[in-house]
Design a protein around this ligand. Structure first.
Ligand code: TYD
Length: 205
């Protein structure tokens, strides 16, 4: 990739299909850091702030939005997540804290590209810095679907037919960012959570 990326030290991201286990691994890693006495904040995208709340309404099907609107909402939510002067990732990491995010811009490239186009989504996210570590939890679509069937509510991106395209977009995004300076770890997300958690920890330390 031609562009120079800023790498945020202390920022860690988990990515994967719905049902891949990003939320579980985010929680396990946060606990591990805390047990080691390291200040660590666990967050997610969409965030829990005002823009994230609107996004959840769109994902839940309460309100309709054009594909470009949703892509821009995610980008705006991310901007606030990164740059909020007090609570933002950049501010926290520059104070020496560790921030773990369940999803980041790679989710936009994987999901919003379906309806808005990869290059358009890339343009919206191109200027954002990258994490020190990106963990992609690799789980076959069928297993993710089985895991999701055990949950009550489905959001708009959880339909079976589009999972293959989402994975393909993830691979494209990871390839594109391979020279960005962040450490990319593609791990077998079918492993038992605790075992996977140990592998994650070994990659960080
Ligand atoms: P998810 O991590 O599944 O949250 P929850 O466990 O609360 O449902 O994320 C919600 C959805 O948001 C998921 O289907 C992926 C989607 N998403 C995007 O489409 N684009 C993005 O940029 C992000 C961060 C998430």
């Amino acid at each position: 990739m031609v562009k120079d990326f800023q790498v945020i030290k202390g920022f860690i991201v988990f990515e994967g299909l719905d049902g891949a286990g990003t939320t579980t691994q985010t929680a396990l890693l946060t606990d591990k850091f805390k047990a080691e006495g390291i200040i660590c904040i666990s967050e997610c995208e969409p965030t829990t702030n005002y823009i994230g709340k609107v996004i959840r309404r769109v994902l839940g099907g309460d309100v309709a939005a054009a594909p470009g609107t949703l892509a821009k909402l995610f980008a705006a939510d991310r901007n606030e997540h990164l740059y909020n002067p007090e609570e933002g990732i950049v501010a926290r990491c520059s104070r020496g804290e560790t921030v773990i995010s369940d999803r980041y811009l790679f989710s936009s490239l994987a999901y919003q590209s379906l309806r808005f186009g990869f290059d358009n989504v890339l343009k919206l996210n191109m200027d954002y810095p990258v994490p020190e570590h990106l963990f992609f939890l690799d789980v076959p679509e069928e297993i993710c679907q089985n895991r999701l069937e055990e949950r009550d509510q489905r959001e708009i991106f959880e339909k079976k037919s589009i999972q293959k395209d989402i994975v393909e977009n993830y691979r494209r995004a990871i390839e594109l960012y391979s020279g960005s300076g962040m450490k990319i770890h593609i791990l077998d997300g079918t492993l038992p959570p605790e075992k996977l958690g140990k592998i994650v920890w070994s990659k960080i330390t």
